[in-house]
Design a protein around this ligand. Sequence first.
Ligand code: Z5A
Length: 212
Amino acid sequence: MTIIKRGKFLTVEGTEGVGKTTNIAFIKTWLERNGIEYVATREPGGTPLAEEVRALLLAPRAEKVQENAELLLVFAARAQHLAQVIEPALAQGKWVLCDRFTDATYAYQGGGRQMEKSTIATLENLVQKSLRPDAVILLDIPVQLGLERARGRGELDRFEQEDIAFFERVRAAYRERAGANRHYRIVDASQTLEQVQAALETHLNQLLQETL
Ligand code: Z5A
């Protein structure tokens, strides 16, 4: 009987305009260069149902979205995504590269919306059981610089319409978690793209060494 070694679960996080999309493309090429089978996905989203929930979450609307409603929608999408995509891929030995995960909930709902961390932790335990990312890459950038990069992109979604104080709280929450969790790797994303990607490659190579 062949025993399949479980894959690694890698997530990429950061505030607005930090360059997640750009750097996820770089991580994909690194995975391919190293012959690692992977599934790339995102949150909220990653399955047809979870993508519908994403559209509900991001759409600007006149009705105030209650904080608990937002939090439950995030975890509803996550439950679906975990069962349909993340868990099966890890069980098949594939790596999962996910654009945001529960650290974003601690940052946006916990930091940005100032919800209780213990409430988030309750849902995290319910939905994920013991599953946590093996590594979280935090692309960190001063909020103002990120907003300048991001806001060249046209129409703003419901989160992007928040004020700078909201994003300062989001960044502070990410940095606090990074200080308290060993599986975080912080990259200074205010550097040039070449410097950011050199730092990313160092972290990825270390992660690969740890898994051998
Ligand atoms: N959300 C939540 O509230 N709770 C949760 O649990 C989860 C999510 C999971 C959607 O996320 C929203 O969901 C998110 C939080 C909430 N809202 N916000 N805000 P998303 O990840 O889909 O949305 P996003 O944050 O807007 O990410 P994005 O569209 O993927 O953008 P990005 O990755 O940050 O940036 P980019 O498009 O790669 O780069 C921006 C520009 O900067 C672009 O022109 C690049 O060419 C440029 N760039 C990138 N790097 C550099 C460097 N190093 N130098 C110069 N220029 C650069």
